[in-house]
Design a binder for this molecule. Structure first.
Ligand code: PMT
Length: 402
């Protein structure tokens, strides 16, 4: 690792908090800087004094936040860190993170940060398996939060099962893996498009499609996690901005093209947006009126610019590695292969978007990566796992050609 990395460790309530002392020791031993926030519940299990003496730094708690916010506020605490680690992460703090609650120093720092977050969940097996906790975990991982553990074993409550916090050395290894990975795309600029576009018909109506942006946003998150400076050009979605990513929000295909061209040059471009192929041939200045009993005259459509094709033909401004998607409902590989060539991209990720697959708007995807060499079939994966696999493959490819 190139420079001293700094972790902001949040110790929440739970018997596993005693292991966080060992975690601090392990991190410090290898030269990683640690600063800690101790929640009120965490302070029932470990003392600020023991955390302070192991971390060699002040321990921040709610008493501190009330008196010292002007000196070292929650924003500054996370700004100083490369990674926020919540260990142990109780069911309670996971729920607060998933729902954006900020009622103490720890949750305020977590809500205000744009840094990556790693959690080490620890709780009773039934709390872990409860659908609410699993749903909260799903929300957090879909936002790019990394999770290590829990593990199966004897629990402090006397039960056996999943819920024991990962061992400190496992968490240290996960943190190191994160920092090493976080340098693979250092110095690279990645451009990602995501979501649908909205093509206005009149001031209240538009042409759109079913894209949620989940796949494109996950790709931007994964590329940023590998250290790429990432620009995400997103059509209208209800998703939050991924942490550490520069987001440009647009409405129409023409806006999206302008934003992509403005973001060049790029070493990597991934076009995951479902761009509307057509727009209304003339946006009505006022809301179009309905006349009872009369059919609407057919809407005249004109073709939108093709962003992927434009990037593929951008000469010396063409992104170094240009990746498109192909959304198909039939002859998936055949059509994708044709699109890769006609749009001038290096790889195309074909996905079947027939309604039965639930790809549009859903949480999973099945990818067939088509490149010059042939087709690579990936298993069905969560969209964030697709994004991680793609980001790793991009990093492998750029490292091999560097
Ligand atoms: O957003 P989600 O709900 O998570 O769903 C993900 C997804 C299904 C939208 C995504 O996985 C996907 O397939 N994205 C591409 C959708 C699409 O428009 O595919 P296409 O086959 O029509 O277009 C081929 C490629 O050209 C795509 O990279 C597309 O971004 C690009 N394109 C298309 C038209 C256009 N005018 N400009 C473009 O750049």
């Amino acid at each position: 690792m190139s420079e001293t990395k700094r972790v902001l460790l949040i110790v929440s309530g739970g018997i596993a908090a005693y292991k966080s002392l060992e975690l601090v020791r392990g991190l410090r031993k290898q030269g990683t800087g640690v600063r800690a926030i101790l929640t009120n519940a965490g302070a029932q299990f470990v003392t600020p004094m023991s955390l302070a003496s192991l971390s060699g730094d002040t321990v921040y708690d709610d008493l501190f936040s009330l008196t010292e916010e002007s000196g070292m506020g929650h924003i500054q605490l996370s700004r100083d860190a490369d990674l926020l680690v919540v260990a142990p992460a109780s069911a309670d703090i996971m729920a607060k993170m998933a729902h954006g609650l900020a009622n103490d120093l720890a949750t305020t720092a977590l809500l205000a940060t744009d840094k990556p977050i790693l959690i080490a969940p620890a709780m009773n097996v039934r709390m872990w398996e409860h659908p609410a906790t699993q749903a909260n975990l799903g929300v957090l991982t879909s936002r790019g939060v990394l999770a290590v553990g829990p593990e199966e074993g004897d629990l402090a409550c006397g039960e056996f099962g999943m819920g024991r916090m990962a061992e400190p050395e496992t968490i240290v290894a996960a943190i190191n893996g994160f920092f090493l990975n976080g340098e693979r795309l250092n110095g690279r600029h990645a451009l990602v498009t995501s979501g649908p576009t909205h093509e206005a018909i009149d001031p209240v109506r538009y042409i759109a499609n079913r894209s949620s942006g989940k796949q494109g946003h996950a790709i931007a998150t994964a590329l940023a996690a590998l250290g790429a400076r990432t620009t995400l050009v997103s059509g209208p979605t209800s998703l939050p901005d991924p942490p550490g990513v520069s987001v440009v929000r647009v409405q129409s295909a023409r806006d999206m093209l302008d934003a992509c061209e403005a973001a060049l040059p790029a070493d990597i471009a991934v076009c995951a947006a479902a761009v509307a192929d057509w727009r209304s041939a003339g946006e009505a200045p006022e809301k179009m009126k309905k006349t009872a009993g009369e059919a609407l005259a057919p809407l005249a459509l004109e073709e939108n610019p093709d962003i992927l094709r434009t990037l593929g033909a951008a000469g010396n401004r063409r992104p170094g590695l240009l990746i498109g998607f192909a959304a198909e409902t039939e002859n998936v590989i055949e059509n994708a292969t044709k699109k890769r060539i006609s749009k001038g991209c290096d790889w195309i990720l074909a996905n079947d978007v027939s309604q039965a697959t639930g790809t549009f708007g859903g949480d999973e995807n099945t990818i067939h990566l088509v490149d010059q060499a042939g087709v690579e079939n990936w298993p069905r994966l969560s969209k964030s796992a697709v994004a991680d696999r793609l980001a790793d493959r991009i990093a492998d490819t750029l490292e091999a050609t560097a």
